[in-house]
Each structure stands twice: as structure tokens, then as C-alpha cells.
Design a protein around this ligand. Structure first.
Ligand SMILES: Nc1nc2c(ncn2[C@@H]2O[C@H](COP(=O)(O)OP(=O)(O)OP(=O)(O)O)[C@@H](O)[C@H]2O)c(=O)[nH]1
Ligand SMILES: [Ca+2]
Length: 554
């Protein structure tokens, strides 16, 4: 085929709708004379071409943008749909520091908690933060180890969204404020560099009332009564090392400092909650020794006679070695020669009345209508209760069953306290002296606290002891996490902070398919239609008429 002598002339067009560049091709097989009309092939109308291109690019970019947005919502960090989110809570207790790592999902705008498997891990290290009063920097060692444990449980990609909170309890409350602050400063330094999401105010000494509320929350969450009828909830009595907590729903009028109102779901609970500082088991036992000493100081002992301290809560034959002295409060440990004047009385009922004296210390300063423990207001206990921490440990040690465990605690304590120390020592060789010794005092203190002081009948079936409910540990730190997360999630839902897409997608994969599938379909459709509809146009410049004629090519 002869090659056409194509000659290109650029002709600027005045017509706005015409592309300014025209190519005139004179085909070789035309006679010169037949140049009456020259076919001018224009590039497809580049205006149209451009708008098609624009349309395709626009719809593709909208689609890509949309897919990217979906990806960023569905698969980025903490907003990952359906993926686990994490939270870390550190319990700064008096006898040890425990870290809890929680995994949870948000489904239909609500957190779903499962405290098992990959969704929960915890580690406790001794001693507690308060043991570093003289060496605050020393607190960083165990805390760093706990943080490393948590980092091993949380995928690195979400550390930045994982909140870490440190809440210290009674052990730290017993320290002077400046000392507390020094230790907290060290903890903040460690947590700031942990890689987790942390703010200074998230490391603090929480109030005893908060501690009690959190313990109440986890107990009722575990029992399935949280979010239900307030009168069907279960109260808690917690016997820690340095403090004891009592929290339950009470409709009795009470002073504001003991009253707490919390909401869960659309139910609100009016709680009595108080932490009795210095009335934890270990702190009370130290008080006992302090009272023995001061009692002797008061007794008119002639200077020549050797002073004897009789401890009714120490089984006969027990001698106070330096190891146990280490655990005595400063007052006693400093008492020179205390150990050789110490006599183990091994008498349960005397031990129980010594415990009652400790529980009623300060009662004379009661400024409320009714105080049971110390000078703090306590309403009449109503409803069911769970007795946790030392209530559980001592009941377990004596092998008590749920049934009538309080009255059985008396007989178990009488046997243990009255037994010869050497025989007890042989029965439980694995326990340290000071831990084994403590069971005599504990059995008396528990009965004196629950029955003699709080008035719970010895055979009351309404109170059980536990350390977990189902497979959920009754640890106040879990309650703090539950309340914190539920509040945060409902706040997001309330103020619409959440990704509105997120709701659209939350847990509804059908929507996901539609929302991603439809735009793809539409784009393809638009593209095909534009391809199909794009008219094959031919623009002819009619030399005779001196104007362009646009015709459609079939
Ligand atoms: N007998 C016994 N007591 C235990 C055991 N584990 C913990 N305890 C005691 O139970 C009490 C409460 O335990 P934790 O809450 O872990 O102690 P803590 O938080 O350091 O103490 P607080 O700051 O008063 O709450 C403390 O007096 C512990 O000494 C155990 O296995 N056996
Ligand atoms: Ca505790």
C-alpha cells in the first residue's frame, strides 16, 4: 500500500470545544483535484478524551482512597476491626507489684472481656514499691522486668496504642507523701520509656475507696451481676496485707466520703466503699506486737525483773528468731533484748480478743452514727459477700470448705494456735517461719473482723471466700481495667469520636463486602459505559463550507 504523504499542519482552532491541535493528513491516493474535502482526522476529541480520562482517574482514585481508608480503619493499630486491643495495669501492692496484661475486642461499640488464654497474663514480683522508701531508684529494677514481661505479651505493632497504668495501694499510702512522690517519679520514668502509651498522671496511689470499688466491679463482672439489678449484686470484703476493703450496694444514708456511685451499661450503683488502712492482716499483726510491747511498758515492771512479752497468737514453743524480728515494725525490732523476753502463749481465744482490741482501736474517736472498725463509718452489711485475699489464703491453708467456713475457722485456729510449734514446723516444711506463724493470728483476726466486728453470723451462708470466680481472678486491677475500658468506649460512642466507618463495619462483614464491592462495581460500570458511550467522532473540515463537521463513526 502506498504510503500516504502525511503532512502535518498545526491549526489552532477558535472553537472552544475543539481541540486546538489538528492534523491534516492528505492521503496519497487522492487526486489533487479531489482535494475538495479533506478528511481531517483529529485525535479523538482530546477534550472528551480528557474528561474520560479524568472520570476514570477520579473514580479509580476515589476507589483507591476508599480502599485505603477502609484498610486504615480495618487494619491500622488499635482500630483494627475485630483484632485484639491491649491494656496494661500494674498493681503496686504492699507485699509485691503485679502487672496485668489484658487483650480485648470492641464489638458493636462495646468492649468484650475474656480473662483467659492470650487475652490475659500477669506476673507478680516481690517486694512491693513501698519497700524502696529508702532507695526509690531501686524500684525501677523490678518494674522494668514487669514491663518487659508485658512487652512479650503485646504485639510490638500496637505498643504505642496500649495504655499502661500503675496504681499503688495501701503499702504506698502508708508512706509519707514526699517518699511516695519520689518512688512514683521513678515508676514514671520507667513507664515513659516502655514503648507503651503512658501519661504521668497514670502512675498514682489510688484511694482505698477506688480499690474497693474496683474489687467490687471484678467480682460482680465475674459473677455476671454487673449491669444487672443492684440488689442482686455481691459485696466484697478484702483482707490485704496493709489494708482491708469493704464495698457493697447500700441504700442506707451514709456520709459522702464513704459513698460511691458508679454506672455500668445503663445501671447505676450506690455503693458503700471504704479501705481500712493499717487494718490489713500484716499491718494488724505488727500492731499486735506493738500493743504487747506497750502493754508491758504500762505494767509496773520493776527494772530488775526481766520483762516477758507473751504473744497469745504464737504457738507454744515458738521462739522469736532474728528472721522473724526482721518483720516486726520498727518499734519492736529496735527493742533491745526483745527476743529473749518473748513468750509464745499459743491461746486462740486470747489471740481473738487481742485482734478485737486492734480492730476497735480509734473507736472512741468515731464521729459517725456507727463505726465497726477503727473510727470509720460502716453501715449494716446486707446481701451476699465474697471474702477475698487473706480470707481465701487462710481458709485454703486450713482446708476449710465453703459450708460454715467461719465457724470452722474457729476450731481450725484453736487447733493450730494450741499446737506445739515443732509439730507445725514439720507439717509444713516449705513455709517460711513468719508465714507459718501468721496463720494463728490470721484465723483469729478473720473471725474477729467478720463476726465480732462486722456482725456476720458464724453460720451465715451469704458469705463465701474466694480468690477467683469461674476462671476470673478477683483482683481489683481487673475491675479497674473493666471500668476504665467500658467508660472510655462508651465515651467514644457518646461523642462520636469513633470512626463512623467503624460502626458501619463493626463486626458486620456483610457491610464490608457491600461497601468495598459496590464502588468497584460502579467504577467498572462507569468505565465500561464511558468506553461504550464514548462516541467515535470524526471531525471533517469542509473546505468549501469552510467549517468543521462532526459526524459519528458507526
Ligand atoms: N497465706 C498466703 N497469703 C498470701 C498469698 N499470696 C498473697 N498472700 C497475702 O494476701 C494478701 C493480699 O495479697 P496481695 O493483694 O497480693 O497483697 P498486696 O497487694 O501486696 O497487699 P495490699 O497492698 O494490702 O493489698 C497479702 O497479705 C499477701 O501477703 C499466698 O499464697 N498465701
Ligand atoms: Ca492488694
Amino acid at each position: 500500500m502506498r504510503r500516504s504523504h502525511a503532512r502535518y499542519r498545526v491549526k489552532s482552532s477558535t472553537k472552544s470545544d475543539m481541540d486546538p491541535i489538528k492534523f491534516q493528513i492528505r492521503s496519497g491516493n487522492h487526486r489533487a483535484s479531489s482535494c475538495s474535502s479533506t478528511y481531517t482526522f483529529t485525535k479523538p476529541n482530546s477534550k472528551h478524551a480528557k474528561s474520560n480520562l479524568m472520570l476514570t482517574v477520579a473514580s479509580t482514585s476515589v476507589l483507591l482512597g476508599f480502599l485505603f481508608l477502609c484498610y486504615s480503619i480495618l487494619f491500622s493499630g488499635g482500630n483494627r476491626l475485630g483484632s485484639l486491643r491491649y491494656s496494661v495495669v500494674i498493681d503496686g501492692g504492699s507485699t509485691g507489684t503485679r502487672i496485668h496484661v489484658f487483650g480485648y475486642r470492641v464489638e458493636s461499640g462495646k468492649p468484650v472481656f475474656e480473662f483467659r488464654g492470650a487475652n490475659y497474663a500477669s506476673l507478680k514480683l516481690h517486694p512491693g514499691l513501698s519497700a524502696f522508701a529508702d532507695d526509690p531508684d531501686g524500684a525501677s529494677v523490678s518494674l522494668t522486668e514487669l514491663v518487659e514481661f508485658a512487652k512479650g505479651k503485646v504485639p510490638k505493632g500496637v505498643w504505642m496504642e496500649t495504655e499502661v497504668r500503675l496504681m499503688a495501694t495501701a503499702g504506698m499510702r502508708l508512706l509519707e507523701l514526699p517518699v511516695q512522690e519520689k518512688i512514683l517519679r521513678v515508676t514514671r520514668r520507667v513507664l515513659k520509656s516502655s514503648g507503651f502509651l503512658f501519661r504521668d498522671e497514670w502512675a498514682s496511689v489510688i484511694s482505698g475507696s477506688d480499690e474497693g470499688v474496683y474489687a467490687w466491679v471484678v467480682a460482680n463482672f465475674a459473677l455476671g451481676s454487673l449491669g444487672g439489678d443492684p440488689l442482686k449484686t455481691t459485696g466484697i470484703v478484702e483482707l490485704g496485707g496493709a489494708s482491708a476493703q469493704v464495698t457493697f450496694v447500700s441504700n442506707e444514708p451514709m456520709p459522702a466520703e464513704f459513698s460511691r456511685t458508679i454506672s455500668f451499661g445503663n445501671v447505676s450503683y450506690n455503693l458503700y466503699s471504704h479501705s481500712f488502712l493499717h487494718f490489713g492482716q500484716n499491718a494488724a499483726h505488727d500492731k499486735l506486737w506493738g500493743s504487747l510491747l506497750s502493754r508491758d511498758h504500762k505494767s509496773a515492771v520493776e527494772p530488775t525483773r526481766k520483762r516477758i512479752f507473751t504473744d497469745p497468737c504464737a504457738p507454744k514453743g515458738y521462739s522469736l528468731d532474728t528472721n522473724t524480728q526482721k518483720h516486726l515494725s520498727g518499734l519492736l525490732a529496735l527493742e533491745s533484748g526483745f527476743s529473749d523476753s518473748f513468750h509464745a502463749g499459743g491461746n486462740y481465744s486470747e489471740c481473738r480478743s487481742a485482734a478485737l482490741t486492734i480492730l476497735q482501736e480509734g473507736n472512741e474517736k468515731c464521729s459517725y452514727q456507727h463505726c465497726s472498725i477503727g473510727s470509720a463509718f460502716t453501715p449494716k452489711l446486707r446481701g451476699r459477700f465474697l471474702a477475698t485475699e487473706n480470707f481465701f489464703h487462710t481458709s485454703k491453708f486450713f482446708g476449710l470448705g465453703e459450708k460454715a467456713w467461719l465457724s470452722n475457722m474457729i476450731s481450725a485456729g484453736e487447733r493450730f494456735c494450741g499446737e506445739d510449734w515443732s509439730k507445725l514446723r514439720v507439717k509444713d516444711p516449705s513455709l517460711r517461719d513468719e508465714d507459718l506463724l501468721r496463720y494463728c493470728f490470721s484465723s483469729a483476726y478473720i473471725v474477729s473482723l467478720l463476726h465480732d466486728t462486722l456482725g456476720i453470723p458464724l453460720d451465715d451462708e451469704r458469705i463465701g471466700f474466694a480468690i477467683q470466680a469461674g476462671d476470673i481472678p478477683l483482683d481489683w486491677a481487673l475491675g479497674a481495667f473493666i471500668l476504665q475500658t467500658a467508660t472510655e468506649t462508651s465515651q467514644h460512642a457518646a461523642i462520636g469520636n469513633h470512626h463512623w466507618f467503624y460502626d458501619l463495619f463493626s463486626n458486620d462483614s456483610k457491610t464490608l463486602r457491600y461497601v468495598i464491592g459496590i464502588p468497584i462495581l460502579l467504577t467498572v460500570l462507569v468505565y465500561l459505559v464511558s468506553k461504550w458511550r464514548k462516541p467515535k467522532l470524526k471531525t471533517i473540515y469542509d473546505l468549501e463550507k469552510g467549517r468543521y463537521i462532526v459526524t459519528r463513526i458507526r
